[in-house]
Write a protein that binds this ligand. Structure first.
Ligand code: FES
Length: 111
């Protein structure tokens, strides 16, 4: 078992996380600022972080919570990743889903 240092930006808060534990467990245990804890199993999406540096292994993540664009930007569910090196992360809550605000297209002038 290896133990890695997780650094949380922008606060610079650091904590240790063994490679056998997911990052959320370590963040929660250490009282990391800003992280939200939900299902702890990839089902709710509240624990999103953006990995700014370092490597990790990841369990399957629902595209409902982390889509391709998120993955490309390094956004993952902290409860689903296990560090394989020191990591730098930023807490990245799921954007609030807003109701559709698209007015129906006007067919033209009414008068
Ligand atoms: S805590 Fe629910 S997805 Fe991570």
């Amino acid at each position: 078992m290896a133990v890695h240092t997780i650094t949380v930006e922008p606060t610079g808060q650091q904590f240790l996380c063994p490679d056998t534990k997911n990052v959320l467990v370590a963040m929660e245990y250490l009282g990391c600022d800003g992280i939200q804890v939900g299902c702890r199993n990839g089902g709710c999406g509240v624990c999103r972080v953006q990995v700014l540096a370092g490597t990790y292994t990841a369990k399957k993540m629902s595209k409902a919570h982390v889509d391709e664009a998120d993955l490309a930007a390094g956004v993952v569910l902290s409860c689903r990743i296990f560090p394989t090196s020191d990591l730098t992360v930023r807490v990245c809550p799921k954007p609030t889903v807003e109701p559709a605000l698209h007015p129906t297209a006007s067919a033209g002038n009414d008068g």
